[in-house]
Design a binder for this molecule. Structure first.
Ligand SMILES: Cc1cc2nc3c(=O)[nH]c(=O)nc-3n(C[C@H](O)[C@H](O)[C@H](O)COP(=O)(O)OP(=O)(O)OC[C@H]3O[C@@H](n4cnc5c(N)ncnc54)[C@H](O)[C@@H]3O)c2cc1C
Length: 312
């Protein structure tokens, strides 16, 4: 890999970098090199350079939906995240880099009097990460407002795609298997009443403050399991947290890992523990639900790296 070319493009390189510094769980061992990219151009340079040198890589955004193994990763990491929002706005359309913080996009839409993102206020991570997992809240999903996305494949080729190609579903998209990277996205939003939008944004932020842990203080990756699919076509998803509570998950803990007292589906750390501890605790929690309800919870948090298998 030509480090000088990457640095000339503005990428920052970190050798033997612990992933615990780049995930909201603050867990995860080192990778040989982490390449931090903030702009589409830096991302393109990094991907093309790794492809040219034949090196594999994993991609992360804000690291807010990840559990990284204690042993770290054998491959390079590209982190695509920007501290400053990279957003261009004109005529109801936001053109946003995938590296922009999702909450900055929501804040910008509200400021401009555009409706459709206010309920996503306070969701951590980047727009790219949000599109990859079709993030959402209060029954709405980011995939609903996407007009077009610019994607980069692992060989450094760019293409534009329509939302249908991403096959959005609850907390999933085709990006999770295709490996393509969201370079930028175009979001089309209808006008809304600025004061109402601002009020809804504040409400969302307040609800999050009351019900969720602050990941800056209490490390977590948010909901660990997906909510449970409805049992009828007309039904709604049922909160995984309810099944976990009924199964006694709130009393479980493993070293410093435990469910958050106000929300059994959120695993937090309140003391020293490993990523393996978090995964093992989650398996115990899921086992308890399986035994009581004959229901298999599906993990929402994504694993990176090698974890030990689980003996029941
Ligand atoms: C306190 C807390 C509250 C949360 N609340 C919510 C919530 O209400 N709703 C919700 O949906 N989620 C929630 N989450 C989970 C998380 O914030 C979202 O899943 C978020 O969208 C992940 O974005 P990220 O940039 O951090 O992705 P990462 O965690 O870095 O990566 C997750 C996956 O996305 C992929 N990815 C990242 N960037 C890109 C890109 N540019 N192109 C393609 N793939 C990419 C990665 O390869 C990885 O597979 C919460 C998390 C926390 C810690």
């Amino acid at each position: 890999m030509n480090a000088a070319a990457l640095q000339a493009a503005g990428c920052a390189l970190f050798a033997h970098e612990p992933l615990s510094r780049h995930t909201t769980f603050q867990l995860g061992g080192p990778c040989p090199v982490l390449i931090a990219c903030a702009t589409p151009e830096q991302l393109h340079t990094a991907v093309a350079e790794l492809h040219r040198s034949g090196e594999a890589f994993e991609l992360i955004g804000g690291g807010s939906n990840l559990l990284v193994a204690d042993g770290g990763l054998p491959s390079a990491i590209i982190r695509y995240q920007s501290a400053q929002p990279l957003i261009a706005y004109a005529h109801g359309v936001l053109n946003v880099s995938g590296s922009t913080q999702f909450d900055d996009v929501a804040a910008c839409a509200v400021r401009e009097g555009l409706a459709g993102l206010e309920l996503f206020s306070g969701i951590p991570g980047t727009l790219g990460g949000a599109l990859a997992g079709n993030a959402g809240a209060f029954g709405k999903h980011i995939g609903d407002v996407l007009e077009e996305v610019t994607l980069l494949d692992r060989a450094g080729r760019l293409r534009h795609a329509a939302p249908a190609e991403l096959r959005f579903a609850y907390r999933s998209s085709a990006l999770q298997t295709s490996g393509e990277i969201v370079v930028a996205a175009r979001l089309r939003l209808p006008p809304g009443e600025a004061a109402v939008l601002a009020h809804q944004r504040n409400e969302c932020l307040m609800i999050r403050q009351q019900k969720h842990p602050d990941w800056h203080v209490t490390p977590t990756a948010g909901s660990f399991f997906r909510n449970v699919a409805p049992t009828s076509a007309a039904g709604r998803r049922q909160a995984a947290g309810w099944f976990l509570e009924q199964s006694g998950a709130l009393e479980m803990r493993l070293h410093g890992a435990r469910p958050y007292a106000k929300h059994a589906n959120i695993i937090v750390r309140d003391g020293p523990c490993s990523a393996q501890d978090v995964l093992d605790l989650s398996r115990r929690m899921a086992d308890a639900v399986a035994q009581k309800f004959n229901l298999q919870l599906e993990r929402e948090v994504r694993l990176l790296g090698a974890f030990a298998s689980y003996e029941r």
